[in-house]
Design a protein around this ligand. Structure first.
Ligand code: SF4
Length: 250
C-alpha cells in the first residue's frame, strides 16, 4: 500500500487540470500569423500543396492547410506558426487568416443554434464517422478521452451507435464509398443533432480536393455546426472547440 502511494505521489497528476489554459510544446503548429513583410506573393502561394494560400492580401485558409510548414520554412519572416491550438469556429470564413491580423479564432455566438446550449451543455454523445480518413485525426479524437485530456469530465463522449448520439463528427475527405454510410449514420441519429467536421480533409477535402474518388455532397447540403482544423486535429483543439460550441467556459 505504502509502495503504491509512493508511486502515485511520484507520478503526480495524470490529467491536465485546466484544458482551457494547457500549454503545448513549441514544435506544435497552431494558428499562423502572417507579417506585412514584402515577398513574391505568387511564388509564396505556389509552395502550398493544397492551394491554402491566396494573395493580395496574403491569406491562409486553415480549412485547406495541412500544417506542413513549407511556407514558414521558406518564408520565415512572412509566415509564423504560433502554438495557439484554439482553431475551431462555426463560420467557414473565420478560418481564413489575413496578413497583419493576429486575433484569435473564435465562434460566432449569433449563429449557434439555441438548442445546442440548452440540450447538450451537460452531456454530449457523439458518433465518429471516418469517411475515408487516414486514422490520424481518428487517433487524436480517441486520445481526447484518455486520462490526460479526459473530455468525459464535461460529459462529452464518443458512442458506438448513432442512435445513442446527439451528433456526428466527420473525419476524412468523404470517399465515394463512405458517402452513403455517412448519410445513413446521420439519418439514424435522433434530432436535434449536430455536425462537426474534424480535420483539413473533412473541411475541404485537403489533398484530395477535386478528386473523383470523393463525394462531398453531404457536407455541402447540410448545416455544419463546427469546423475544427488540423492535420491531424490536436485533442486540445477538439475539446476547446466543442466546449465553445456548448458554451462551457471552464
Ligand atoms: S503550412 Fe499550410 S499554408 Fe503553408 S504550405 Fe503547408 S499547407 Fe500551405
Amino acid at each position: 500500500m505504502l509502495q503504491t502511494l509512493k508511486i502515485l505521489y511520484h507520478q503526480g497528476k495524470q490529467y491536465i487540470p485546466d484544458l482551457r489554459k494547457a500549454k503545448v510544446p513549441g514544435i506544435f503548429r497552431g494558428r499562423p500569423e502572417i507579417s506585412m513583410e514584402k515577398v513574391d506573393e505568387k511564388a509564396l502561394s505556389e509552395v502550398c500543396p493544397t492551394n491554402a494560400i491566396s494573395v493580395d492580401p496574403v491569406r491562409i485558409d486553415l480549412g485547406k492547410c495541412t500544417f506542413c510548414s513549407e511556407c514558414s520554412r521558406l518564408y520565415p519572416g512572412k509566415i509564423f506558426f504560433t502554438t495557439d491550438y484554439r482553431l475551431a469556429t462555426n463560420e467557414r470564413n473565420r478560418l481564413i487568416i489575413s496578413e497583419g491580423v493576429s486575433s484569435v479564432i473564435s465562434l460566432n455566438p449569433d449563429i449557434i443554434r439555441k438548442e445546442i446550449h440548452k440540450l447538450f451543455s451537460g452531456s454530449l454523445k457523439l458518433r465518429q464517422v471516418s469517411a475515408g480518413g487516414d486514422n490520424s485525426t481518428e487517433l487524436e479524437l480517441n486520445a481526447s478521452g484518455n486520462v490526460n485530456f479526459d473530455m468525459g469530465r464535461y460529459g462529452i463522449e464518443f458512442v458506438a451507435s448513432p442512435r445513442h448520439a446527439d451528433g456526428i463528427v466527420i473525419t476524412g475527405p468523404v470517399s465515394k464509398n463512405m458517402a452513403e454510410p455517412l448519410r445513413l449514420t446521420f439519418e439514424a441519429t435522433p434530432s436535434p443533432k449536430i455536425i462537426i467536421l474534424a480535420g483539413t480533409d473533412a473541411i475541404s477535402g485537403g489533398i484530395f480536393e477535386g478528386s473523383q474518388a470523393i463525394d462531398r455532397r453531404f457536407i455541402e447540403q447540410n448545416h455544419i455546426d463546427l469546423y475544427i482544423p488540423g492535420n491531424p486535429v490536436h485533442p486540445l483543439t477538439f475539446i476547446n472547440g466543442v466546449l465553445d460550441l456548448l458554451g462551457i467556459k471552464s
